[in-house]
Design a protein around this ligand. Structure first.
Ligand code: IVH
Length: 671
């Protein structure tokens, strides 16, 4: 029988929780700490002690329950209460004023031209659902209709309240916003990771995205991830008359909102604020990649309505790509996993868009020719969002005469084999299959995230294994032994065991990922999927004839030849044989059982209104079907939107069933 918890204990527990929530709110939301760390810890420990002594009082929304857990089976899909739309972009003042003018049509002359102007946070969108003030679900955007339930991870984010505050808590509310990481927290994290020899991230956005999608939430719990709320997905028991009012209400509920957001009158004030934010870009603590402008008035938003995937009443005004001047100190040549040798600019380090840039891509020989660079040149470089910085031009009027010509290598920088250029191609290539640089890249690709995903085997570790003679090709990875690994510099027993456990799991990765890992030319992520789905097993792919390959939609001559070449190479056959002997058995592809399109081949054509092409394809695959690009006898269903042409005609000729997008969505269980 449950004990009766004495009232004073209940009261004390409630008071401690309130103090902790308040301190969290002051620290993470208002950025204005009220307690010292040791004061906070003391209160927290007191609460833990009471909850341990009186487990009857533990509640899901207690601050002590921000405890990470481990999810067994990936994430559950979560259907958003209303679509999580994206935003249309404008890139300059003229386009912005066009957007304003198109919106003016909805206005009467006495209506205020009032806008909410907010930084566009470069993070990961997250929806939070509160039932009676208690956080019940957190979900990522996914395809906008269905996201992933990441509640366990989101609970570890301290600026996400577990429970809403104040007198005006609505009965039910879906709040939308962005998970992000402050720039300085991100740099500190990367620095520490680098020192510890652990994985670093390219930018705060990847860092946040990767963390949110981890199955073991002890990891995100230890990472400096924060949240800003900026939109509503739905509400019951409250109404908000404008975006400004919504932001004030969310703040009152204890949710963090963007401090730099402003409600302004008139397009000119908006344009002026845009410039201010461009100028503030470096100094704000988080990364923003533009400005979001929303018509403030909710009734007006309603009147303006939605396009297919974005509201008419809001727009994103992107920031310009960031540029800087620096010096080209040298050019080095890198050998990729397929032997292509590419030039890379070595730059005088320069701070640009939140990171220190010391390298930039020069793509290929044509690009080098076009840029007419010389070593020692002053160059302008650009970095846009995620992409690798690139060299835009040389300031050739700044030359002193001491600049040197760039030497195009005639032999491989790694193995000295004479390089050749493929007929009609811009790539310079090393044809030595034993080239150490190629092998290193190839193994890193094989063990990399797109393929077998062997954690703890990065390029550095692989280089070490190659140098020590422990591996020569991918098959050797499956013959590694603990003692040999543990004896390596900076490894030890624990790392050795970890990597061996990872390799054990890698033996049965899905076939498509294994195929990607082999590094067959022309076979990327999509190609791997097509082959895996068509042939089911590695032996099946290996036995495929050219006719069988060409019969697959989306497989052309180049891919078919490349697959045949790869599997007919005795060296590759021997490697696969050694992998098999070591227990490598890529998991056969299971077609989603019971999916609406199980075993069917669908083709999409014409304009789709609700879904993008990629979303529709993913939906087909998620329902067990195959999305092909052309109509053939083997097509089972054609989804035709407005503007469908020759495919529709051909389908009708062949007597193939044709449906519109609405019917497609209905069959997929979407409406
Ligand atoms: S509002 C109806 N506000 O940008 C409006 N979005 O392309 C829906 N984002 O996926 C979005 N900062 O993840 C809004 N202040 C802000 C934002 C913001 C970043 C992201 C959001 C969305 C994407 C839109």
């Amino acid at each position: 029988m449950a004990r009766e918890v004495p009232t004073p204990i209940r009261a004390q527990v409630a008071a401690l929780r309130e103090q902790i929530r308040d301190a969290d709110h002051r620290y993470y939301v208002l950025d204005d700490p009220s307690l010292s760390d040791s004061q906070y810890d003391e209160i927290y420990r007191e609460l833990v002690a009471l909850e341990t002594a009186w487990p009857e009082v533990v509640a899901a929304d207690s601050p002590t329950q921000r405890v990470p857990g481990v999810l067994g089976e990936g994430f559950q899909p979560f259907q958003h209460p209303s679509p999580m739309v994206s935003l249309d972009n404008v890139t300059n003042a003229e386009q912005f004023h066009d957007w304003v003018a198109s919106g003016d049509r909805y206005l009467r002359s006495e209506d205020p031209r009032r806008y909410s102007v907010e930084p566009k946070i470069d993070g990961i969108g997250l929806e939070l659902i509160y039932q009676d003030g208690v956080l019940v679900t957190a979900a990522t955007r996914g395809d906008g209709l269905v996201g992933e339930d990441v509640t366990t991870n989101a609970r570890t984010i301290r600026s996400v309240p577990q429970r809403l505050r104040g007198p005006n808590v609505p009965e039910w509310i879906a709040v939308r916003g962005e998970c992000y990481c402050r720039k300085k927290d991100f740099f500190a994290f990367n620095r520490a990771a680098e020192e510890a020899g652990e994985r670093t991230f390219a930018n705060p956005r990847n860092f946040v995205g990767g963390s949110l999608r981890m199955l073991d939430s002890t990891v995100p719990a230890s990472r400096p991830i924060r949240y800003f709320a900026y939109a509503l997905g739905g509400v019951r028991g409250a109404t908000y008359g404008s975006q400004g009012e919504l932001m004030a209400a969310l703040q009152e509920l204890g949710l963090p909102t963007i401090p730099e957001a402003r409600v302004l009158d008139g397009a000119d004030a908006v344009a002026a604020r845009y410039i201010e934010l461009v100028e503030a870009r470096e100094s704000v603590p988080y990364e923003m990649d533009g400005v979001v402008i929303k018509v403030d008035d909710a009734a007006l938003q309603e009147r303006m309505g939605m396009r297919t995937r974005s509201p008419v009443w809001a727009v994103a005004w992107k920031f310009p790509a960031q540029r800087a001047l620096t010096k080209l100190n040298d050019v080095d040549w890198q050998v990729g996993r397929t032997g292509v040798v590419t030039p890379r600019a070595i730059l005088e380090p320069v701070f640009l868009a939140g990171v220190t840039v010391s390298h930039a891509t020069l793509h290929n020989l044509d690009e080098l020719e076009r840029l007419q660079l010389k070593i020692g040149d002053e160059v302008e470089i650009e970095r846009a969002g995620d992409v690798i910085p690139k060299v835009l031009r040389a300031l050739d009027d700044q030359r002193s005469g001491d600049e040197r010509e760039i030497q195009i290598p005639t032999t491989c920088p790694a193995c000295a084999t004479v390089l050749h250029r493929d007929e009609g191609k811009v790539a310079l290539r090393c044809g030595n299959f034993a080239c150490p640089a190629q092998i290193k890249r190839h193994l890193a690709h094989f063990a990399g995230r797109g393929a077998l995903d062997v954690r703890g085997l990065g390029e550095k570790q692989i280089e070490q294994l190659l140098r020590e003679g422990l591996v020569q090709d991918a098959a050797d990875l499956f013959y590694l032994e603990e003692d040999a690994l543990a004896a390596l510099d900076r490894w030890g027993v624990k790392s050795a065991q970890n990597v061996l456990a990872q390799l054990e799991a890698a033996r049965t990765r899905p076939l498509d990922r294994f195929l990607v890992g082999l590094g067959i030319r022309e076979v990327g992520e999509r190609g791997g999927k097509i082959l895996a789905r068509a042939f089911g097993t590695l032996a099946g792919v290996q036995a495929a004839t050219k006719e069988e390959l060409l019969e697959l939609d989306e497989v052309g001559e180049a891919m078919a030849d490349s697959v045949l070449d790869w599997f007919s190479e005795p060296r590759n056959q021997a490697m696969l044989e050694r992998m098999r002997a070591a227990g490598v058995a890529p998991a056969e592809v299971a077609v989603a059982a019971g999916g609406a399109f199980e075993g069917l081949t669908l083709v999409l054509t014409g304009k789709l209104e609700e879904l993008s092409r990629d979303e529709a394809k993913r939906l087909v695959e998620a329902q067990g079907g195959r999305a092909a690009s052309s109509i053939s006898k083997r097509t089972d269903l054609l989804v035709a939107g407005p503007g469908a042409g020759s495919k529709l005609k051909k389908a009708e000729e062949l007597g193939i069933e044709v449906v519109d997008e609405a019917e497609f969505l209905r069959r997929a269980g979407r409406v």
